[in-house]
Design a protein. Structure first.
Length: 674
């Protein structure tokens, strides 16, 4: 990765992470046709295109603006979108229905999260978001290029949600008809704060438009395309961290320019429909006419309002009624008579386009301020990267001699030791605050163990003669032996954390949480500790060690580096355990050494297969050797094989299924070791 890519990556990661509690964001650059997405396997990693057709013709500053906008959009999904609930809803549908539903869900959710963006974002991140929305709209084709009525409806709804206008003209009358039906629902859904309610609005829109998409769904090519899009969108996972803000954020927010456009469009639709209905009822007297129009308007409002939150195909009785009325209606094909139908005041004509104010209307002063902030952050990160490169040059070697007497073939393997730099301290502090109960629990238990560390006098049959007990003559234990304080604080703890690819998802979250709980507890007790991640077959090295904290550097700032834990590669357990053992042996000889190893089980590395070694057997041997000089304990997470753990660790391991039980288990093992 070149330096520019790395600087932009870290800039976007840091700012994105600052908006979210307990979810440090990582960014990966995309190659290909996708502009951006979030993957199920890496729920806190956002993917953004480094190069894309939407960037063509832009200068470097504007390319960064659109990358920022895509990163901002994906971050907003992390904050406001409840993907777990979306998945729950789609499980009740057929594959085809789910694909259709996701079209409506996405065209509501995307403008909705952008509507609430200014509650959590500001400055150049918000500017980038607006710029990307405008850019995508400008380059998107007109809706009259759509191949069928359903696609035309969806494209019109995308335009309507993003900008408040429809780009191009309706060529399918039924697409126009259903747009007028669901656009008012969309307008309400986009400003709805609850992600669940937005999803229920999408269900209603899906049901109301069933006559439009039912026939199309039977066409295999159309179905496969929708299914592919659905699978990509469902790869997003999780629940937003801030979908229900409190305090001032729940007050009615000032409407954006786009929201005003949508409101104006809905009023024009209703006015046109009411005028048409009034003309049809011209034979009635004026009073009756007004009454009918009023009742009809109220009925439409009621019909557009979801009546329950159940996620099933029969969302409302009104939906069923609407569907039954339209099932028998014929489908339309565009003809010269029906082509190019516009909705006055909503379809964006060239004349209107020249008068419409862009949504990314950042003033020159604000833009200059943003550029200055970007330049400042860029310099900070560039300086850090240069510093990191210098430090890496000093540590990118096996600077601790590893004993390989039992496995001479391991001597030829290389090891990279990388020091991990601090991340966002404010975000880390928020995470620590969330874990406060577990941290306090472990700290309290360890304090109790240390408090019990006092001088103790025991009665024995040898030692210093006790005159009083000797005179009484009622016991043979007439001698005293004094057990001095063991100085239980005089210990050093090393936590070795598996970073292999199999540690993805929930497992790396457990490992990260465990590391933070242990680090915070030990730091509060002034006990020396180090935390090292281990992986294999990465960056051209057989073994890779990620140094987060060590006995000399474990400040709050340095501990924030724990948020950077990410899985990838293999795990060369035997090598890394030998490394950790030697690392601890390098500490003062009078210290008690404790080694904790977090892993999800079976070792796997190219070094084992190439040398014809059994990973489990080699790791078992490494653990056996380590126990001669350090107290060692394994923490198994995920779907571990208990038999494999038992073979490698003996009885010195636990299987963590509930993170809440971890402090108690750790304190037990620490107590035993001390």
């Amino acid at each position: 990765m070149n330096n520019e890519k790395l600087i932009q990556q870290q800039m976007l990661e840091r700012v994105a992470s600052s908006f979210i509690t307990n979810k440090p964001i990582r960014l990966k650059w995309l190659e290909g046709n996708d502009l951006g997405y979030t993957s199920c396997s890496e729920p806190t990693t956002i993917h953004v295109a480094w190069e894309h057709c939407y960037y063509t013709g832009l200068n470097n500053d504007d390319k960064f603006r659109i990358r920022t906008g895509v990163a901002a959009h994906e971050t907003l999904h992390q904050i406001f979108t409840n993907f777990d609930y979306t998945n729950k809803v789609t499980k009740k549908m057929t594959r085809g229905e789910a694909a259709i539903f996701m079209q409506f869900a996405n065209t509501i959710e995307d403008p909705a999260i952008e509507y609430f963006a200014d509650e959590v974002m500001s400055g150049w991140f918000l500017d980038g978001l607006k710029f990307s929305i405008q850019r995508i709209f400008d380059l998107s084709p007109e809706i009259n290029n759509s191949q069928n009525a359903f696609t035309q409806l969806i494209n019109a709804l995308i335009n309507f949600g993003d900008i408040g206008f429809v780009k191009g003209s309706f060529t399918f009358p039924e697409a126009k008809k259903y747009f007028k039906i669901v656009a008012p629902i969309y307008n309400k859904a986009i400003v709805e704060r609850s992600s669940k309610k937005r999803i229920n609005y999408a269900i209603k829109c899906m049901e109301l438009t069933k006559p439009l998409w039912e026939e199309e769904l039977k066409k295999q090519e159309f179905f496969e395309k929708l299914l592919k899009e659905m699978q990509e969108n469902l790869s997003k996972k999780g629940e937003g961290t801030n979908s229900e803000p409190s305090g001032d954020k729940q007050q009615k927010k000032a409407k954006s320019e786009v929201a005003k456009r949508r409101d104006s469009a809905i009023r024009k639709i209703k006015k046109a429909d009411n005028n048409a209905n009034t003309e049809n009822n011209a034979g009635n007297n004026g009073e009756e006419k007004d009454k009918n129009v009023s009742e009809r308007s109220e009925s439409e409002e009621s019909k557009n309002e979801p009546t329950n939150n159940n996620c099933n195909s029969n969302t409302t009785s009104e939906t069923t009624s609407e569907t039954s009325k339209t099932d028998s209606e014929p489908t339309f094909e565009p003809t010269s008579e029906t082509a190019s139908e516009e909705i006055e005041g909503i379809t964006l004509t060239p004349e209107m386009a020249s008068k419409v104010k862009p949504i990314c209307d950042t003033s020159e002063t604000e833009r200059a301020k943003s550029l200055k902030a970007i330049e400042s952050l860029s310099k900070i990160i560039e300086k850090e990267l240069n510093s990191k490169d210098n430090k890496t040059k000093k540590t990118d070697s096996t600077d601790i001699n590893i004993k390989t007497d039992n496995n001479p073939s391991l001597k030829k393997y290389t090891c990279l030791n990388k020091k991990i730099l601090p991340t966002n301290v404010e975000t880390y502090s928020s995470v620590v605050n969330e874990l406060s109960p577990q941290i306090k629990s472990l700290t309290k238990k360890l304090e109790k163990i240390i408090e019990q560390d006092v001088d103790e006098t025991r009665r024995t049959t040898s030692g210093n003669y006790n005159v009083i007990r000797g005179t009484v003559g009622t016991t043979a234990k007439i001698f005293d032996k004094t057990k001095e304080k063991s100085n239980k604080k005089n210990i050093e703890v090393l936590l070795l954390v598996d970073h292999s690819g199999s540690m993805g998802g929930h497992k790396i979250e457990i490992a990260r949480t465990t590391s933070i709980i242990l680090a915070e507890s030990l730091s509060r007790l002034n006990i020396d500790f180090s935390i090292i991640g281990f992986a294999a077959d990465k960056l051209g090295y057989n073994a890779v060690h990620f140094h987060y904290c060590n006995r000399k550097e474990n400040s709050l700032s340095q501990r924030s580096s724990l948020l950077s834990m990410q899985p990838g590669g293999n795990n060369f357990d035997g090598y890394s355990i030998r490394y950790a053992t030697e690392y601890l042996k390098n500490s003062p000889s009078n210290k008690k050494k404790l080694l904790f190893i977090i892993s999800d089980g079976k070792p796997h590395a190219k070094a084992y297969s190439r040398a014809g070694l059994n990973g489990v057997e080699d790791t078992t041997l490494a653990i056996k050797d380590a126990k001669k000089s350090v107290s060692l304990f394994g923490i198994g997470i995920g779907n571990c094989d208990p038999e494999v753990l038992l073979k490698m660790y003996g009885k010195d391991f636990i299987h963590v299924k509930d993170i809440a039980l971890l402090p108690n288990e750790l304190s037990k093992r620490l107590s035993k070791a001390l």
